[in-house]
Design a binder for this molecule. Structure first.
Ligand SMILES: *[C@@H]1O[C@H](CO)[C@@H](O)[C@H](O)[C@H]1NC(C)=O
Ligand SMILES: *[C@@H]1O[C@H](CO)[C@@H](O)[C@H](O)[C@H]1NC(C)=O
Ligand SMILES: *[C@@H]1O[C@H](CO)[C@@H](O)[C@H](O)[C@H]1NC(C)=O
Ligand SMILES: *[C@@H]1O[C@H](CO)[C@@H](O)[C@H](O)[C@H]1NC(C)=O
Ligand SMILES: *[C@@H]1O[C@H](CO)[C@@H](O)[C@H](O)[C@H]1NC(C)=O
Ligand SMILES: *[C@@H]1O[C@H](CO)[C@@H](O)[C@H](O)[C@H]1NC(C)=O
Ligand SMILES: *[C@@H]1O[C@H](CO)[C@@H](O)[C@H](O)[C@H]1NC(C)=O
Ligand SMILES: *[C@@H]1O[C@H](CO)[C@@H](O)[C@H](O)[C@H]1NC(C)=O
Ligand SMILES: *[C@@H]1O[C@H](CO)[C@@H](O)[C@H](O)[C@H]1NC(C)=O
Ligand SMILES: *[C@@H]1O[C@H](CO)[C@@H](O)[C@H](O)[C@H]1NC(C)=O
Length: 701
């Protein structure tokens, strides 16, 4: 079965297993062929950006590199990073001119710079202070040097000894300085630049492990460089709020630059990170581009973007980002053309605000002229030259439709398509005909209506004026649909049968016993190994929901869970009937949802009184819109009307295996549940108080 095994590896990890394509970092050989042709034909916009390139001092053949034996960056350090920044830019720019023109004077200058550094620089760090900023230099200038080396790798004037020395130098001097997560809750850009560096050195040095590790971390890591954390929250209409959006726009746009490098380097190796998790990179690009644009017709006002508070921990401080930061708003980074052209002219997906930012940049270079600030060297620049593509010839349908039930309404979003002026929504009941639901939608690309009478519907987004229909989106417009129902009435075996009719059987893992429950049998978990794992699809589309269960705790075990549904401790939602501090535990209980490891202590509901052990309790968590209510024994004991994090967003952007558990926590330090669980139900939609009360008064059938 080896071929199938390989196929599975390829499709689930998305990695090319057959070795790397060279040159294959930011630019492929076909990219260079296109640039050469466009420049030779003096065609705009390529030629305009090329003209900026050849007039940059770094690209001059008279530029003198200044390799250092030891490199530092940061306050309190002997900061000589200016040499590293300038020379990495010079190596890239001369390599680029060579690849476009074939002029070997530029090739030899690039080799002179690369060899000069590879034979001179022995280490990177900071001896005199605790600043970690040298890691930023290792990430940014590391991926830039690796790109220059990759571009020059088959130049006949770079002999094999020198090239091997360059590869070893990047692996030994640069690679180990970068690691992630740098710290679990630090800013995304630190992780992102190291992902970019590891990916780039992996390709340069033909090390698949390095490349795969970087891609895996981007897709499913635990720090803020994992795409689910970098793009913290995707709003209706697919505006992706970035992890640094409440910090300042300089760093927020830096994240766009770094995401471009990561996605472009992966794309040239056959791995589509641009498209990963429903184009999550485009969602942050559109949000960030829009937030930094002045809205026409206003007196200099920036566009409004949607917002959820972002509360996070940069030890020892808890930060509250309650709105978009206007610090450095209008940030001017040459970073939009690669993302724009990929989505618009490769995929046919509209990227209107990214496009406006790109237009505003014009034929950009970098700002990397002598003496300028470090941020000028964060990106390689010249994306107009390297990434511009001829317009796509066909119009794609709207794509990427998704839905959820929010405050009883069906809410859908979609990606737009090139040149559409607006969108209509049509809907059909299962087996029925389509009727118009809405028309003239322009921005945001989202639609929200009271659920039509319960049942299955198909929604289609129609691009105007050409009437191009998307694939139909199946929606369960049922305000109270049972997703799973475990009666726990078995008497043996490991299957936890689902009585909802949806086939969502669970599996008993570890030690559990089928014992007398509240209603017929129940499942007794042993407090150390036993738990139930649930299917990983049950939160898809879930916003309004109800979870209800009987629970009989036999002890206040350390932070035990009734349920914990998530993708690791960073992104999960749970109900814990027990709270502990270092000394003791009690029955103080909590429902909480988090997208970033629980730093946000506003997204929870606690019970006001201790829950008792050794008696049956009926527990229910009900969400309707942003209101979450906690019921004990059929009565609301507490509620929170400001829980804006939604269950369906937990799994977005992560390539991890879902860990949906009854009786076990995402935190390995917490105890398993000690007690009996019975009659566990998950509904799409909110049950009424009367319905919860009826569940809580059920006993033996
Ligand atoms: C290469 O570029 C340099 C600098 O622009 C120029 O002087 C030289 O003539 C070019 N060489 C060739 C072969 O075109
Ligand atoms: C910093 O320490 C390293 C390693 O001990 C040493 O090689 C380097 O020369 C020192 N650099 C400076 C500027 O002191
Ligand atoms: C380098 O690779 C490119 C693309 O495969 C090829 O066109 C070029 O001839 C190669 N150059 C050398 C010196 O091998
Ligand atoms: C490669 O070039 C270096 C100079 O950079 C030289 O010292 C070395 O002898 C050359 N090696 C070979 C195998 O040509
Ligand atoms: C590739 O990189 C990994 C991670 O750094 C390392 O453990 C491994 O030894 C490298 N493989 C080779 C062939 O150098
Ligand atoms: C536009 O804004 C400028 C600067 O804030 C202000 O001086 C001017 O009066 C405003 N114009 C209008 C028409 O509001
Ligand atoms: C979109 O509009 C532009 C400008 O009118 C045109 O050049 C391009 O061909 C159109 N693209 C498609 C796919 O229709
Ligand atoms: C639900 O949709 C109706 C229109 O069908 C709208 O009037 C109402 O504001 C929506 N409610 C929410 C919470 O979006
Ligand atoms: C339970 O214990 C927690 C953690 O020590 C404490 O904060 C809380 O006040 C206690 N609650 C009750 C109801 O005793
Ligand atoms: C939930 O709260 C978020 C953040 O404030 C807000 O954008 C959203 O509209 C609210 N949703 C509902 C249904 O009220």
């Amino acid at each position: 079965m080896a071929p199938n095994y390989l196929l599975v590896l390829f499709t689930t990890l998305g990695h090319a297993l057959a070795g790397f394509v060279h040159p294959g970092l930011m630019h492929s050989q076909s990219d260079f062929n296109r640039m050469a042709q466009k420049v030779a034909a003096k065609q705009s916009p390529w030629i305009d950006s090329f003209n900026v390139l050849v007039s940059n001092g770094h690209a001059s053949l008279g530029y003198n590199p200044a390799p250092q034996a030891w490199a530092e960056r940061g306050s309190g350090c002997q900061d000589n990073s200016v040499y590293v920044m300038n020379d990495a830019a010079a190596a890239y720019q001369t390599a680029l001119i060579y690849k476009i023109t074939g002029n070997t004077s530029y090739a030899n200058q690039a080799i002179r710079i690369l060899n000069g550094w590879a034979y001179t620089l022995k280490g990177i760090g900071c001896n005199a202070s605790t600043s970690w900023d040298y890691q930023l230099m290792a990430g940014i200038q590391g991926y830039q040097f690796a790109n220059a080396g990759e571009m020059m790798r088959n130049y006949s004037g770079w002999n094999t000894t020198d090239f091997a020395n360059f590869q070893n130098w990047m692996v030994q001097v640069w690679y180990p300085i970068c690691f992630y997560p740098f710290a679990q809750q630090v800013y995304a850009n630190w992780d992102l630049m190291c992902i970019a560096q590891h990916q780039a050195i992996g390709v340069l040095a033909d090390n698949q492990t390095m490349f795969n590790d970087a891609v895996n971390y981007f897709q499913a890591g635990v720090g803020n460089g994992a795409i689910s954390q970098t793009v913290y929250h995707v709003h209706p209409g697919y505006y992706g709020q970035g992890q640094e959006a409440g910090r300042d726009q300089g760093h927020n746009t830096l994240d766009i630059s770094m995401l471009t490098v990561i996605a472009q380097q992966a794309w040239n190796q056959g791995v589509d990170l641009y498209g990963f998790s429903n184009n999550r990179i485009l969602s942050i690009s559109e949000f960030t581009a829009k937030a930094n644009l002045i809205q026409p017709g206003t007196n200099g006002s920036y566009y409004q973007v949607p917002w959820v508070p972002y509360i996070y921990n940069v030890w020892p401080t808890i930060y509250w980002d309650t709105s978009l930061s206007t610090n450095s708003i209008g940030a001017n980074r040459p970073t939009w053309a690669c993302i724009y052209h990929h989505f618009v002219n490769v995929k046919g997906i509209a990227a209107p605000y990214t496009g406006q930012q790109m237009q505003n940049q014009g034929a950009e270079g970098t700002q990397s002229n002598w003496g300028c600030c470090s941020g000028s060297f964060d990106q390689l620049g010249y994306e107009t030259l390297t990434c511009s593509l001829d317009p796509i010839a066909y119009r794609s349908p709207p794509s990427g439709l998704s839905w959820s039930l929010v405050a009883g309404n069906v809410s859908i979003s979609w990606w737009g398509t090139v040149n559409a002026t607006s969108y209509n929504i049509v809907r059909a009941p299962q087996g029925g005909t389509y009727v118009p639901a809405a028309s003239g939608i322009t921005d945001p690309l989202t639609y929200n209506e009271q659920a039509p009478s319960p049942g299955i519907y198909y929604y289609v987004a129609v691009a105007r004026p050409d009437n191009i229909w998307s694939q139909p989106l199946q929606v369960n417009a049922n305000p109270q649909a049972l997703i799973l129902y475990y009666t726990f009435d078995a008497s043996s075996g490991n299957t936890v049968a689902d009585s909802s009719g949806n086939g969502n059987d669970g599996v008993l893992n570890g030690n559990g016993a089928w014992v007398a429950g509240k209603i017929n049998n129940g499942l007794k978990l042993d407090g150390s190994t036993g738990y139930v794992s649930l299917p990983g699809t049950i939160l898809q589309s879930l916003s309004d929901f109800t979870i209800a269960s009987w629970l009989y705790m036999t002890g206040w075990q350390n932070n035990q869970r009734l349920f914990d549904f998530g993708y690791g401790a960073e992104r999960c939602m749970w109900f814990s009937p027990t709270t502990c501090n270092i000394n003791s535990c009690n029955g103080s209980s909590t429902f909480q949802i988090t997208y970033n490891g629980g730093a946000d202590k506003t997204q929870l509901v606690n019970t006001p009184a201790n829950l008792n052990t050794n008696q049956w309790l009926h527990i229910a968590v009900v969400r309707y819109g942003n209101l979450t209510q906690l019921y004990v024994n059929g009565n609301v004991v507490n509620s929170n009307s400001y829980i804006y994090l939604q269950p369906f967003q937990l799994g977005q952007g992560t390539n991890n295996i879902a860990q949906y558990w009854i009786g076990r926590s995402q935190n390995s330090g917490d105890s398993h549940l000690a007690g009996i669980v019975d009659d566990f139900r998950l509904y799409q939609g909110a049950l009424t108080a009367a319905q919860i009360s009826a569940l809580a008064s059920m006993s033996g059938k």
